[in-house]
Design a protein around this ligand. Structure first.
Ligand code: ARG
Length: 460
């Protein structure tokens, strides 16, 4: 026998390297408070069904309070020899309250314990992420409302396509995030299920009441199957898939912010506090925050692949492989929270350079489609209208003129149905205002969409 908690059947101590190699306390101590939360509920349930006496329960709860206070004060001494967060806490509890501490693990295994801890932990983190996502969406909606009339070029293939309003563009971002938030809240439902009671894999012989434990911990229900309860980590994969999709979106936004702050676009300004300089080029102001968000996307994708691969060949039920679920999940969480905070702080501070945006929209024949539509309204078939406008654009390119710079006479060379009123549709304002239906870029539609987005957020 060795002095380990499972040492009874062993005849020699663990190899020193193996002890370090198999230990997880250096990272799973991040679960400490949720481990204690789970243990409180377990002890309370055990007393309710008569497996523990009320005195034993009270001793355990009192001891757990003291252990928690030590952890919060930073005075708790974590020991790698005790392997993981669960055994560290249990050992300290037993040091404090004696043999009763050893009764806490009745009817429980570290397998259902760790699955419970991760779910409790992740549920709290999901709520924090959701609140930050809400803050970012609110910032986008308010900025969009303010910039409902600001005109910029809309792009396809990163070539000038048609004028849009900046508010409309910002609300496109908001829509992406709204779907991400839905995905997150949907994932939370599957996180919020109680593994405890599954014990090692088959359940336990004690007369436990898993509904009590579930209710004490705020879980919707006990997990249906004990084998699945200890081995399932798809809730963590699902969270990481959400995180990957969110980061993919934040990365696209970052890419646009980086482009827009360049001297060549010059559409927006980011306040200095979100940028850094160059140690060699004195003129530089670099958009480091969006660049870094774009860069951090890769590690979150990596964690998703890592978790999927971790799970793909595991036979039921628990395997030690599962210990490898924590670091990717923790890092995905930290990354998502940092990136969301960066964006939620930065978005309300974006300053639109409306004159530059407008000037850019004027270039590149962005109202060519409007001219074609104008011709169609005057009886020209769309394909012919397309050809006529194509010829006017070719002429404009040769002469260095935008469509709206041409005289009526010049325009009429291409079609005699064109009259003076053509200039109403060739203006940028006329172009965006004409797209006046739900989902369109007209300023009135942007303001209405912002209002609907506010209401959708309030209803969450
Ligand atoms: N540290 C382990 C983990 O993270 C806890 C469960 C260990 N269970 C076991 N039977 N070794 O998965």
């Amino acid at each position: 026998t060795t002095n380990q908690s499972w040492g009874g059947r062993f005849s020699e101590p663990t190899d020193a390297f193996v002890a370090r190699f198999t230990a997880s306390v250096d990272f799973d101590r991040r679960l400490a408070l949720h481990d204690i939360q789970g243990s409180r509920a377990h002890a309370t349930m055990l007393a309710r069904v008569g497996v523990l006496s009320e005195e034993e329960r009270d001793a355990i709860l009192g001891g757990l309070d003291e252990v928690q206070a030590e952890i919060e004060a930073g005075t708790f001494e974590w020991s790698v020899a005790l392997e993981d967060v669960h055994m560290n806490i249990e050992a300290r509890l037993t040091e404090k309250i004696g043999i009763t501490g050893k009764k806490l693990h009745t009817g429980r295994s570290r397998n259902d314990q760790v699955a419970t801890d991760i779910r409790l932990f992740l549920r709290d983190e999901i709520d924090t992420v959701a609140a930050e996502l809400t803050r970012l969406r609110e910032g986008l909606i308010e900025l969009a409302d303010r910039e409902a009339e600001t005109i910029m070029p809309g792009f396809t293939h990163l070539q000038t396509a048609q004028p849009v309003t900046f508010g409309h563009h910002l609300l496109a971002w908001q829509e992406m995030l709204a779907r991400d938030q839905e995905r997150l809240l949907d994932c939370r439902k599957r996180v919020n299920v109680l593994p405890l009671g599954a014990a090692a894999l088959a359940g336990t012989t004690y007369p436990i009441d898993r509904h009590v434990t579930a209710e004490l911990l705020g879980f919707d229900r006990p997990a249906e199957n004990s084998l699945d309860a200890v081995s399932d980590r798809d809730f963590a994969i699902e969270f990481t898939a959400f995180a990957s999709t969110l980061l993919m979106h934040l990365s696209r936004m970052s890419e646009e912010l980086v482009l827009w702050t360049s001297a060549q676009f010059d559409f927006i300004d980011l306040p200095d506090r979100f940028c850094t300089g160059s140690s060699i080029m004195p003129q530089k102001k670099n958009p480091d925050v969006p660049e870094l968000v774009r860069g951090k996307t890769g590690r979150v994708y990596g964690h998703l692949m890592g978790l999927l691969t971790l799970m793909k060949s595991q036979p039921l039920a628990y395997n030690k492989d599962n210990q490898e679920d924590k670091e990717p999940l923790f890092d995905a969480l930290t990354t998502v929270q940092d990136c969301l905070k960066a964006f939620a702080d930065m978005v309300p501070a974006i300053e639109a350079k409306a004159d530059n945006m407008r000037e850019a929209a004027r270039k590149g024949f962005s109202t060519a489609t409007d001219l074609a539509d104008y011709l169609v309204c005057r009886g020209v078939a769309f394909r012919d209208a397309h050809e006529i406008v194509g010829q006017s654009v070719a002429y404009g390119l040769a002469e260095g003129k935008d469509l709206s710079d041409m005289s009526l006479e010049e325009l009429r060379r291409f079609s005699d149905v064109i009259e003076q009123d053509v200039f109403e549709v060739l203006t940028l304002e006329g172009s965006v205002a004409a797209r006046n239906h739900i989902g369109g870029t007209a300023p009135d539609q942007v303001r209405a969409a912002a209002q609907r987005a506010r209401e959708a957020l309030a209803a969450l």
